[in-house]
Design a protein around this ligand. Structure first.
Ligand code: 6GU
Length: 254
């Protein structure tokens, strides 16, 4: 998959692209990220990319001409989704990440928080996306968040083929409790079932832990999570136990 990123700050992306999973994906040719400096497409002597808004009010807006020139010269008329990062956009989700990963090529225009001339939307943008209800100084961090989340859905980017479906949210549930060696640390023991090699029992325990954690932290997710009848029953028991104060969240499960 190929990303075309339009930004005033291409250097911000370097460390993120040069480590870990994104680095490996690029080296293996699964992911290509082309960074385009919007300033390079300004035509005036001082390469101006922002201006104060008409009507006043302070702040600076990204100008329309350099962005349109940049995007048109890179995309060459190819039909590609063009995302604008903006706090006014649709909230980015795991579902959106998976959907965007179906495209072979995706453009992202990094907005700045004061805003972008409205004609950028009218002429270019197909999707406006926000990564959450808080304000970032620019869209670059949001673009990197999306890039990472989307890249995880590209085939073969993740080493273990099971990693993506098991992630929090892909199952509709949060990930439950997890342990690695040693079996005991400062008196805290790893639940016995995880040490005993019964794969069916481990799978049931993990599922129960995920449901429990989701119920405690993000109960609204359970409205849409695919749960079996037995699992719905487990939820009822959980509610009873918690109401009686029998167990804390981190207790051994189920
Ligand atoms: Cl996409 N951009 C900015 N500037 N701030 C944000 C955001 C995007 N998403 C959340 N906050």
């Amino acid at each position: 998959m190929r990303f075309e990123i339009f930004t005033l700050f291409p250097a911000m992306f370097e460390s993120v692209l040069s480590e870990s999973i994104l680095k490996r994906a690029r080296e293996r040719g699964l992911l290509q990220v082309n960074l385009h400096n919007i300033r390079d497409y300004a035509t005036d002597k001082h390469r101006v990319t922002d201006e104060p808004p008409y009507g006043g009010g302070g702040g600076m807006l990204l100008k329309v001409e350099p962005i349109v020139r940049a995007v048109e010269s890179v995309l060459q008329g190819e039909r590609v989704p063009i995302v604008l990062t903006t706090p006014q956009g649709e909230r980015f989700t795991q579902r959106m990440a998976a959907d965007f990963a179906q495209y072979p090529r995706l453009a992202i225009i990094c907005g700045r928080y004061e805003g972008v001339d409205e004609r950028v939307r009218q002429l270019l943008v197909t999707h406006e996306v926000s990564i959450g209800d808080y304000v970032l100084s620019g869209g670059e961090l949001a673009a990197m968040v999306m890039l990472d989340a989307i890249a995880r859905h590209i085939p073969n980017v993740l080493g273990n083929a099971e990693s993506a479906p098991n992630d929090s949210f892909s199952s509709g549930l949060l990930e439950g409790a997890q342990y690695t060696r040693p079996p005991e640390f400062r008196g805290l023991r790893v639940p016995e079932v995880l040490l005993q090699g019964d794969h069916g029992a481990v799978a049931r325990w993990r599922r129960a832990s995920a449901i429990r954690r989701t119920w405690l932290r993000r109960p609204e997710l359970l409205l849409n999570a695919p749960l079996s009848d037995a699992e719905r029953y487990l939820l009822g028991e959980l509610a009873d136990e918690l109401a009686r104060g029998v167990r804390s969240e981190t207790d051994a499960l189920p």
